[in-house]
Design a protein around this ligand. Sequence first.
Ligand code: PXG
Length: 406
Amino acid sequence: MYYWTPDGRQILDGTAGLWCINAGHNRKPIVEAVQRQAATMDYAPPFQVGHPVAFEAATAVANVAPAGMRHVFFVNSGSEAADTAIKMALAYHRARGEPSRRIVIGRERGYHGVNIGGTMAGGIPGNRKVWPAMMAGVDHIRATHDLARNAFSKGQPAHGAEFADELDRLIAFHDASNIAALIVEPMAGSAGVLVPPAGYLEKLAATCRRHGILLIFDEVISGFGRLGSPFAAQYFGITPDILTCAKAINNAAVPLGAVLASDAVHDAIVNGAPEGAIEFLHGYTYSGHPLACAAVLATQKLYAEERLFERAREIAPYWEQALHSLRGARHVIDIRNLGLVGGIELEPRAGAPARRGFEAHVGCFDAGALVRCTADILALSPPLVIEKSQIDQLVETIGAVLQSID
Ligand code: PXG
């Protein structure tokens, strides 16, 4: 649960590194699995040949995947997963004889990494403005943030299912025959912890299905227990067509991401290729890297043995109540939570947006706790092994720091 600074101070990790160390730091079974693998087989090519550890890791991921999503494509990061998912969606429509379906719809404030597809489908203006229109044909639905109606919601906010109607507007505008996919984080993380309103994701999924648009869930943050279930897809009871993940897949021990595909997506692409041809011309030198895959196996085993996803679910009510005890604290204009995720939105300082959030981040670090800040929102996502006393420490630290800054 801790980092130590070079001068020996202990820092409580309130962010699981960067939403990724779900089992806690330096877990022995994972460390040893990576060491063993490095000494057994350092590398093998993923083109034309394969190796057993990659297949075992794919099976381990498929075993916790939403029903019907048993096809796993390994990449090296969440960004590569997003771009791979987008290419997969276009390949699917082409294989089925609908090559006009090329537009990808994202959401404002969405984050899908920093490669070309993810940058364009993402909805963070600062991340896009230097590279406008690198990928033709993206559009965005609005974000669901609605402080006026939903401030201090516990869990899913009550208001805002109608934000999903934005998708109907874009379908009417572009025509469904030109739209390949909708990509969203089921719970938006990086841009400030935006929890989907009740009924919103259900509406998006139904609209996609009705119009033959693939639904891509970016579960790079929400995957592997963050919400108390293997994926957000199971938490919300909504199965996408394509799902991206990374980070906690192997406790971030070695870089790895994955794209999961439904049978329909897999079969259309693979069965649609001429006999003997390469089905999906895409892949990386390090896809299925043995060290990363060994870490997947050890991590998934640890999650199961220690029931860490259930643990997250069990401790989530305590987490919620502790976070919301900060209601009324200085500068706080909203608190939101889901699973083991928390967002604390601060009133921006007049004329200096993002400054107060950054000072809170630095103040917490000086006081022995690591919290993320994204503009004036503090984002929390502790390892799933956090104890109640550590939740108290985190919340008390934040409360004291907010009191101390202007
Ligand atoms: N999708 C989502 C939903 C993410 O959160 C990525 C894709 C990209 O993953 P890679 O592995 O390429 O970084 C992410 C990454 C933050 C923060 O401040 C979050 C991420 C990265 C950097 C900062 O919350 N998530």
